[in-house]
Ligand binder design. Structure first.
Ligand code: HEC
Ligand code: HEC
Ligand code: HEC
Ligand code: HEC
Ligand code: HEC
Ligand code: HEC
Ligand code: HEC
Length: 366
């Protein structure tokens, strides 16, 4: 009993002074809206640690399997029952094979940490609160109040989705060796990149399906895309966001990266969402696309190779057309050269110096 009073008193001691800060929270902050979360601050702060934030478990009481609020957790304190019914089940996304390690690396988040991480020994993690600030989040801006955009030595608030991702997928000192710096791949100064930070450089991406366009001319044209257009749930009915997917790399659609396989709509489904399959296999840009993608056996063979053998999925700091050869399939030619040389803009001509499938390209010209 005494313990309970102490708890209430300490909660007030903490909550009341901090209430003063509440003035700076956005007016439409969903969790501070009594019509949505009736018990206010004490919903999440009655008896938990302010430093760790209680981990993803606090969030999934409301954003998880609906049974948590009903039968399974019959004794769930009333304060957790939100006024908004049928919240999407985010928890289900994290049960999928490919997911952010939100539940796999719990307890590593620190409320005062500054990302990108500068200490290579810090454990990698991605908790709900690394991507969503519970005090600031609004229906329109799910990253509201997230700090992490580094400009020089100043760390300001994230306003774009990619800035959120760069907190952990760019300069992080603890980035695992097999991963690359995404800010470097998407830089607008590169010869080519998928148009995430801004419009792309290719003015003749002839395979583009509507409404995608190289440059925005008409109102309906889409000339920039987001990480979320490729990374997210494989199910379009699932909640938005890169929480989890049945496809590798948390992709919204299937993408095979292997060599020696048959071309099918499924194999490269991700790319064919925006690039017309019949244009690619019709060799409208690269004269030998079909030969490589389907292999020598044509549409019936199984000796084709993935887009990934020649194209980086994000951007290429060295070449146009996202060319970046997959070195586990492509090797230097008989002269020890491994490079791509472009021959004029929008001419669909170039040269390759490399060796692949036992064929010496010294060079091969198109
Ligand atoms: C939906 C749950 C939720 C609600 C409602 C909520 N908080 Fe929090 N609060 C959190 C979480 C989670 C953290 C930890 C954040 C972190 O570690 O990054 C936190 C952290 C804090 C902190 C520690 C410093 C900081 O900002 O990281 C303070 C102070 C705080 N909350 C005050 C409040 C006040 C005051 C209210 C009501 C106006 C409130 N909270 C409502 C979930 C909530
Ligand atoms: C008491 C229940 C409750 C808890 C606990 C809770 N939320 Fe929410 N959350 C809500 C409600 C209600 C909304 C508003 C949904 C709406 O407006 O349709 C919301 C909205 C959101 C949104 C915006 C989504 C949208 O549909 O626009 C995000 C993101 C979010 N919450 C993340 C979190 C995170 C992260 C935590 C844990 C720190 C958390 N929530 C804890 C009830 C809760
Ligand atoms: C707080 C840190 C953090 C943030 C922010 C973050 N991630 Fe991650 N992400 C991770 C961690 C940790 C992993 C597990 C692998 C690793 O350590 O890189 C991961 C894994 C991934 C993977 C799977 C990689 C693979 O090959 O299995 C993808 C894809 C990904 N993140 C995309 C994104 C996108 C898109 C965003 C922005 C919307 C984002 N991440 C924001 C920490 C983060
Ligand atoms: C969400 C839509 C979308 C998806 C999915 C997509 N692309 Fe693209 N892609 C674009 C847009 C838009 C451009 C045009 C950029 C420009 O004009 O520079 C583009 C351009 C390209 C280019 C030419 C870039 C240049 O600068 O010359 C290549 C190569 C490419 N994509 C390959 C792929 C591959 C491979 C995949 C599958 C892994 C894929 N794309 C998936 C939208 C997409
Ligand atoms: C053998 C290497 C190779 C493979 C495999 C390959 N490409 Fe390409 N691709 C190229 C080259 C070279 C160009 C540049 C053509 C030029 O000079 O304009 C190109 C250009 C492109 C372009 C930009 C022009 C356009 O058509 O809009 C897209 C998009 C593209 N490829 C998508 C794909 C997709 C999708 C796959 C897999 C299904 C794939 N490529 C497989 C070599 C390859
Ligand atoms: C056009 C689709 C597309 C877009 C846009 C895209 N990705 Fe990816 N991403 C892929 C594909 C395909 C793979 C798997 C093949 C590979 O590793 O390149 C991948 C792999 C990854 C991986 C794991 C492998 C690695 O190289 O680290 C991470 C992390 C990642 N993406 C983060 C991001 C972030 C962050 C953004 C936005 C800034 C983004 N992606 C935008 C298609 C995309
Ligand atoms: C790596 C970053 C990351 C992590 C970790 C993460 N989210 Fe998200 N979340 C996003 C992004 C990005 C979006 C999509 C924003 C958009 O496109 O509208 C999103 C969307 C959402 C939405 C709105 C979904 C919809 O369809 O409207 C909710 C609710 C949400 N997240 C809750 C959570 C909860 C709860 C957790 C932890 C269990 C969590 N998120 C973990 C990045 C993340």
């Amino acid at each position: 009993m005494i313990l309970k009073y102490l708890l209430v008193i300490t909660t007030f001691l903490v909550a009341v002074p901090t209430m003063l800060f509440a003035a700076s929270y956005p007016k439409d902050a969903v969790h501070l809206d009594r019509n949505k979360v009736p018990a206010g601050c004490s919903t999440c702060h009655l008896s938990f640690n302010f430093k760790s934030g209680g981990g993803p478990e606090t969030c999934i009481i409301c954003h998880g399997d609906p049974s948590r609020l009903t039968k399974e957790y019959k004794n769930m304190p009333k304060r957790f029952v939100p006024m908004v019914k049928n919240l999407k089940n985010i928890e289900a996304e994290f049960v999928k094979t490919y997911r952010h390690p939100t539940f796999d690396a719990k307890g590593s988040h620190r409320s005062n940490e500054i990302l990108p991480e500068t200490d290579s020994r810090m454990p990698r993690h991605a908790e709900c609160v690394d991507c969503h600030n519970p005090h600031y989040v609004t229906r329109e801006n799910k990253f509201a109040g997230i700090r992490g955009k580094r400009v020089g030595n100043v760390v300001s608030s994230v306003t774009k989705e990619y800035e959120l991702c760069y907190k952990c997928h760019a300069e992080s000192a603890n980035l695992p060796g097999r991963f690359t710096n995404k800010r470097r791949e998407f830089a607008l100064t590169n010869p080519s990149f998928h148009p995430v930070e801004g419009e792309g450089k290719n003015t003749a991406a002839i395979s583009l399906l509507k409404p995608y366009k190289e440059k925005k001319v008409n109102a309906g044209d889409i000339s920039t895309i987001s990480c979320g257009d490729c990374h997210g749930s494989e199910n379009s009915d699932s909640p938005r966001g890169p929480h989890g997917s049945l496809y590798e790399h948390i992709l919204v659609d299937h993408y095979s990266k292997s060599d020696n396989l048959a071309e099918t709509p499924f194999a490269y489904a991700l790319c064919y969402r925006c690039h017309d399959r019949s244009s690619i296999l019709g060799n409208e840009s690269f004269r030998f696309h079909a030969l490589h993608i389907q292999g020598r056996g044509g549409s019936t063979g199984a000796t084709g190779t993935s887009c990934y053998t020649c194209h980086n999925s994000h951007g290429s700091p060295d070449n146009k057309y996202l060319i970046m050869f997959n070195k586990s399939v492509v090797s230097p030619n008989s002269q020890g050269q491994l490079k791509f040389v472009e021959k004029g803009v929008s001419t669909f001509r170039g040269e390759c110096y490399l060796s692949c499938h036992g064929v010496d390209h010294n060079p091969k010209v198109y």
